[in-house]
Design a protein around this ligand. Structure first.
Ligand SMILES: NC(=O)c1ccc[n+]([C@@H]2O[C@H](COP(=O)([O-])OP(=O)(O)OC[C@H]3O[C@@H](n4cnc5c(N)ncnc54)[C@H](O)[C@@H]3O)[C@@H](O)[C@H]2O)c1
Length: 262
């Protein structure tokens, strides 16, 4: 039996992906369905969720769910609906995040925009992860959680509501990994670089800062997400921040060497 051919156990495992209507969350949710896992596609945008489900490799395994995860009530409804639809959720991906607008700099960002960014990223991420872990611990089942953070957890983005939310998520991953580890529940961060998905309006000229020479695509994230989520592939990986950025984070004030004479 090949390890990489059977990363999941669809008889025992099921997934919940937030932000599954678009971009990276959508690509990961579709890839999980492709691996045969029953997967809840959760998002605030009804049409996007319907389209993501319809375009899945196996739509019959995909469960659409629509709600605004900035509220506790919606998070609790999602937990109950997910359990009813797919049973015990063993794999959780938190990719939902409100739009980033370049105009929301430090002097412009409104209180509401600040709160919404933190509510969806950290408050929902914490509540959903903790409640899913409670259920897994009670059932003595292992689990694997993946939170989408950002290079801007550690370097400014000119969007303080966004970078502070991602920095908090990065520490949340480490806190939960340490607390949940003894129960066989792994928690990791996936750190995308410049991914031309919905949440990031990509300027193609950015590619010159990326050692691999191009912007990323959502599909660049999905295979690594599956590898980290899989208890078979990544059984001994927790509290890690897995960077998928084409080398963008290597860029600094030194350009790479000129190699004309090669
Ligand atoms: N695209 C990038 O370059 C990049 C880089 C670093 C980190 N990330 C992170 O990866 C994740 C996905 O990014 P993306 O570019 O694919 O984003 P995206 O904007 O394409 O998708 C985010 C999804 O979250 C949903 N959403 C927003 N608010 C919600 C709410 N209140 N309740 C439920 N769903 C809600 C949106 O409808 C959307 O479908 C985000 O957490 C983002 O911060 C992305």
């Amino acid at each position: 039996m090949s390890l990489l051919n059977t990363p999941f156990d669809p008889a025992r495992e099921a997934a919940l992906v937030t932000g599954a209507g678009n971009g990276i969350g959508r690509a990961i949710a579709q890839a999980l369905v492709g691996e045969g896992l029953r997967t809840v596609f959760a998002d605030v945008d009804r049409e996007r969720v319907a389209a993501a489900v319809a375009a899945s490799p196996r739509p019959e395994l995909a469960v659409p769910w629509v709600g605004d995860l900035s509220t506790r009530e919606a998070c609790d409804a999602l937990l109950a609906d997910a359990q009813a639809a797919v049973g015990q959720v063993t794999h959780f991906v938190h990719s939902a995040s409100p739009p980033r607008r370049e105009t929301d700099h430090a002097f412009a960002v409104s209180r509401e925009t600040w709160q919404q960014m933190h509510a969806v990223n950290i408050d929902a991420g914490f509540h959903l992860a903790r409640e899913l872990a409670r259920k897994l611990i009670a059932a003595r089942e292992p689990g694997s959680f993946l939170l989408l953070t950002s290079l801007h957890a550690g370097t400014p983005r000119n969007l303080p509501h966004y970078s502070t939310a991602k920095a908090a998520m990065a520490m949340l991953v480490r806190e939960l990994a340490k607390t949940f580890g003894r129960f066989g529940i792994r928690v990791n961060a996936l750190v995308p670089g410049a991914i031309a998905a919905g949440g990031f309006v990509a300027d193609p000229s950015l590619a010159k800062h990326i050692p691999l020479g191009r912007l990323g695509r959502s599909e660049d994230l999905a295979p690594m997400a599956l590898a980290v989520l899989s208890n078979r592939v990544s059984a001994y990986v927790t509290g890690a921040a897995i960077v998928v950025d084409g080398g963008l984070s290597l860029t600094n004030w030194f350009d790479p060497p000129e190699l004309d004479d090669l």
